[in-house]
Ligand binder design. Structure first.
Ligand code: IPD
Ligand code: CA
Length: 294
């Protein structure tokens, strides 16, 4: 598929994202049927499923040769192959969606050779769109009739100067017990306290894609999480890299992040200090690691 027109694919993904956003906004919260997956905080609604159906139908009609992986049709053992693959979370931030907190989005990625190559993230409540194509830059559009703005938002991003001046995103995720939970909560506690660098503060948008987009924009210095899936990060990863940011492993030593690793650390674009910030966060973990399987 060497002749794939990435701009045309991106434009279709944006159109699909807008349709998905309309479906989310049209859903009446009082009527949303919801269920749970792994536990009571791993929630899925009929809207997640309906959006994924619409997305997979539209994308596969236009691009029948591109594989599709979506959160709601994922089966254990499915892997991202080297062939072009749409990687889709129909609603990222489902918990916010059911509470009607306006921080939810659709996350539409295209991976080629397992590398995030197109990213489209759309938050319909704020009419906020993030897009990127590999090697073509990252953009944010605030309001559909506005002109896209290049990311990062600052034309002159400041150096990163370590955890002590950082605003970081973290997430509780849906695992609320066990060794991953113990490690995550210990790192949260240390990050906030003097012994771990005393970050400016910790934030949680409740959507991995929106956290990564905020790092790409330069609003946040980093985002650390374990337990996400490729559909949570693929689109944001492309936007982040195109905005000068880096995605590494959430576990110590993994300078090259892997799409299916399930533990991630995103750091914003900066003229210096990216590696030092990564190392400082990894140092808090010591020899401990988050362990998640695909
Ligand atoms: C979740 C959100 C959340 C993150 C979880 C994800 P969902 O996705 O991105 O912020 O902490 O790891 O699974 O369930 O809202 O699609
Ligand atoms: Ca989801």
């Amino acid at each position: 598929m060497a002749d794939l027109d990435l701009e045309a694919v991106r434009d279709l993904m944006i159109s699909v994202a807008y349709e998905a956003g309309a479906m989310m906004l049209a859903a009446n919260p009082a009527d949303i049927d919801q269920g749970t997956k792994l536990n009571s905080v791993d929630i899925v609604t009929e809207v997640d499923q309906a959006v994924e159906k619409m997305v997979s139908t539209r994308l596969s009609e236009a691009y029948p040769d591109i594989s599709f992986m979506g959160e709601e049709t994922y089966k254990p053992g499915m892997r991202v192959g080297p062939e072009p693959t749409f990687i889709v979370d129909p609603i990222d931030g489902t918990t916010n969606f059911i509470h009607q907190l306006p921080d939810f989005c659709i996350s539409l990625g295209l991976a080629i050779d397992r590398q995030p190559t197109i990213g489209v993230i759309y938050n319909p409540s704020q009419d906020l769109l993030f897009t990127a194509i590999k090697s073509k830059g990252a953009f944010m559009t605030r309001g559909r009739s506005s002109a896209p703005q290049r990311l990062p938002v600052s034309r002159n991003p400041q150096p990163l100067t370590g955890l002590g001046t950082a605003l970081l995103a973290i997430e509780w995720g849906s695992d609320r017990s066990g060794s991953n939970y113990e490690l995550k909560t210990d790192v949260f506690k240390k990050l906030a306290a003097k012994e771990g660098g005393m970050v400016h503060s910790l934030r949680s948008f409740g959507s991995a894609a929106l956290n990564i987009a905020a790092v790409a924009a330069g609003w946040l210095d980093g985002y650390w999480e374990g337990g996400c899936w490729p559909w949570d990060v693929c689109a944001g990863w492309c936007v982040l890299e195109e905005a000068g940011g880096v995605m590494v492993s959430g576990n110590p030593g993994g300078w090259k992040g892997e799409l299916e690793e399930r533990v991630y650390l995103a750091v914003r674009g900066a003229p210096s200090g990216q590696k030092e910030l990564v190392q400082q966060l990894w140092d808090i973990m010591g020899d401990r690691r988050m362990e998640y399987s695909v």
